[in-house]
Design a protein around this ligand. Structure first.
Ligand code: SF4
Length: 184
């Protein structure tokens, strides 16, 4: 199958670039998730791996100086994971970026069709397995657009967590995301 062959080749390039595929996935996730979703538990749910495997992945990334672990402010036992500057630098060399220039030659219509098709397949598997969606605020049922317009942390609001959301935060992956009826 085409996707399988492409995936295998990309994984080979990931190993050649010095990290295993799970380590690359963890770095990508931590770069893209919001402040409510950077915990070991959320990373485990996103990767769909066992707790032990993810713990091992995080320990290796810490040892390599790519990720740090700290107590979450205000959370009694909660841990937050963050990329270090070196983690950001390594991620900028992500071998998956090499596919970008070729993808750009496909043209907007092909890329849109590809995106739609892959998204449909992914959502179907997520729904059938009852997994978390990890979407963005704009497709979430809890998103209140301009719900905290006068709050310094706004202008938007999360109705579930009852917190203001800055514009930039709405473009991050969220472990609490639940599809809005129109986008479900
Ligand atoms: S609105 Fe939804 S996606 Fe955004 S922070 Fe709240 S729960 Fe997460």
């Amino acid at each position: 199958m085409l996707v399988e062959r492409l995936e295998r080749l990309m994984r080979t390039e990931e190993y050649e670039a010095g990290l295993n595929p799970a380590q690359w996935e963890a770095l990508r996730y931590l770069a893209r998730c919001n402040r409510f979703s950077n915990s070991p538990g959320a990373l485990t749910a996103y990767l769909g791996a066992t707790k032990g495997t993810v713990s091992q992945t995080v320990r290796t990334l810490e040892r390599k100086g790519l990720v740090t672990r700290a107590k979450r402010p205000g959370g009694r036992r909660s841990i937050q994971l963050s990329l270090t500057d070196e983690g950001e630098r390594v991620l900028s060399l992500d071998p998956r970026r090499r596919i970008g220039p070729t993808a750009a030659t496909l043209g907007a219509d092909t890329l849109d069709a590809l995106r739609l098709g892959l998204r449909t397949l992914l959502h179907d598997r997520i729904a059938r397995r009852g997994l978390k969606t990890f979407g963005l605020c704009r497709s979430c049922r809890h998103f209140i657009r301009l719900g905290a317009e006068h709050d310094p942390g706004g202008p938007h609001r999360c109705g579930l967590l009852e917190l203001p959301l800055a514009e930039a935060e709405t473009a991050k992956l969220c472990v609490e995301h639940e599809p809005a009826p129109a986008s479900a």
